[in-house]
Design a binder for this molecule. Structure first.
Ligand SMILES: O=C(O)C1=C[C@@H](OP(=O)(O)O)[C@@H](O)[C@H](O)C1
Ligand SMILES: C=C(OP(=O)(O)O)C(=O)O
Length: 422
């Protein structure tokens, strides 16, 4: 698949969103660090999952996928020769594993593809060598690490990527001494760090919030376990927004009190004016007249693409602010969304950290550059439901990164999509 051509329409029906990618990355890493056998289910089929599974196998864990159940036998005996860890395009895999592998004392070369080699790593490159880990790179990937990470005080900014903090939280409990993480700037994407702490707790590891950072006792042991992986609120957001733009979408299996920050899609769509209701554990989104408003996306960056799609059809102005970090994802997402809006015929403006959309007028449709970014492709597919004419999206294969079945689900729910291969 490389392009899709979509025609206006509506999604209807009841489906379950895929398992949470963020929860699964965390559970797979914890299982790899736990001696013994863990059983994790369900695990999705995305490229990002394959990246994390491939890396823990390279580190010596056994990981057997049968259907959607992953059985992991934790790493025993660390490899002494350098291992190659191909993180594909997954920022989570890369930033979670660097300190964890350093804590295991395993020499490794990290590689990746797509935009991953250009995404920020500088925080680790300056911080980890101060704590005993040798890092060799020309700034990005490949990155070669060797040596042994040491316990200590780790000071880092909280507003580049929360994944650096999550990575340290996975690693520091393994060290023999106690450590502390101190933030030098306010934490963005905070719910992802909460997810990390929650997952660590489920594998028997405790970390203690302390003065805006964390105290991490050393000498802890991960405990293998059986765990069910919750459903993905970030992916649910695309279907719920499709429901809010027309049709009727019902989703099963979502946890309304999940640690995933992207469950904020519920109050946000409600604030746009959409109708959302829970009944017997099923969340249904239906269309209504939508009105734009200002949204702080600093804590919920992965919702920004689909919120932009909603903003195109909400009367008046929708402004996504505190959004500069969107430029550091699989694409420069702020720029990609600006071009998506303009390509579909909308008025839009981008500043360094804001995207402003003027919505509510009929949009002709057109060709959207998917920018090799799964969330841009999925957001454009949602917007295409409401344009007047067809929409072609390039790079549609990018959905493989997080949700390979996205267009199948879209079609099964009545979306009119021609998938063009080649
Ligand atoms: O920890 C995680 O699972 C993630 C953290 C977020 O990244 P940032 O902390 O860089 O915003 C998010 O955008 C990414 O998709 C997944
Ligand atoms: C940014 C994302 O993931 P990662 O940082 O793990 O590559 C994402 O899924 O949108």
């Amino acid at each position: 698949m490389s392009r899709v051509r979509l025609f206006p329409g509506a999604l209807r029906g009841t489906v379950s969103p895929p398992p949470s990618k963020s929860a699964a990355h965390r559970a797979i890493l914890c299982a790899a660090l736990a001696p013994g056998k863990s059983v994790l289910s369900p695990i999705g089929t995305s490229a990002d999952m394959q990246a994390t599974i491939g890396c823990i196998r390279a580190l010596g864990a056994q990981a057997v996928l049968q259907g959607d159940t992953l059985t992991v036998t934790g790493i025993s005996g660390s490899p002494k020769a350098p291992v190659t860890l191909n993180c594909l395009e997954s920022g989570s895999t890369l930033r979670f594993l660097i300190p964890a592998v350093g804590a295991l004392g395993v020499p490794a070369v990290f590689t990746g593809c797509g935009r991953l080699p250009q995404r920020p790593l500088g925080i680790y490159l300056s911080l980890l060598p101060q704590q005993g880990l040798c890092c060799e790179s020309t700034g990005g990937l490949p990155l070669r690490i060797s040596g042994q990470l040491q316990a200590g005080v780790y000071c880092l900014p909280g507003d580049v990527s929360s994944q650096f903090i999550s990575g340290l939280l996975f690693a520091l409990p393994l060290l023999s001494g106690d450590s502390e993480i101190q933030l030098t700037s306010p934490l963005q994407s905070a719910s992802y760090v909460r997810m990390t702490c929650h997952m660590l707790q489920q594998f028997g590891i405790s970390v203690l919030p302390y003065q805006g950072g964390w105290k991490v006792p050393g000498g802890q042991h991960f405990r293998a376990r059986t765990l069910s992986i919750e459903r993905d609120w970030s992916q649910a957001a695309f279907l719920l927004t499709a429901g809010a733009l027309g049709g009727q979408v019902s989703l099963t299996g979502l946890d309304p009190s999940s640690a995933q920050g992207d469950r904020a899609i519920m109050p946000l769509l409600t604030q746009f004016g959409a109708s959302l209701r829970w009944k017997n554990g099923i969340l249904t989104a239906e269309a209504n007249h939508l009105t734009g408003f200002d949204i702080d996306v600093g804590q919920i960056p992965d919702l920004a693409p689909v919120l932009a799609a909603a903003g195109l059809f909400a009367e008046g102005r929708t402004r996504l602010y505190n959004a500069a970090r969107l430029r550091l994802k699989e694409s420069d997402r702020l720029d990609a969304l600006y071009h998506m809006a303009v390509s579909l015929g909308a008025r839009a403006e981008q500043m360094e950290d804001t995207l402003t959309l003027w919505g509510g007028r009929p949009l002709p449709g057109g060709t959207v550059d998917g920018c090799s970014d799964h969330r841009i492709v999925m957001a454009a597919a949602v917007a295409a439901l409401r344009t007047q004419g067809p929409v072609t999206i390039t790079d549609a294969q990018a959905v493989q990164k997080s949700w390979p079945e996205f267009f199948t689900v879209y079609q099964e729910m009545g979306g009119n999509a021609d998938v063009i291969v080649g």
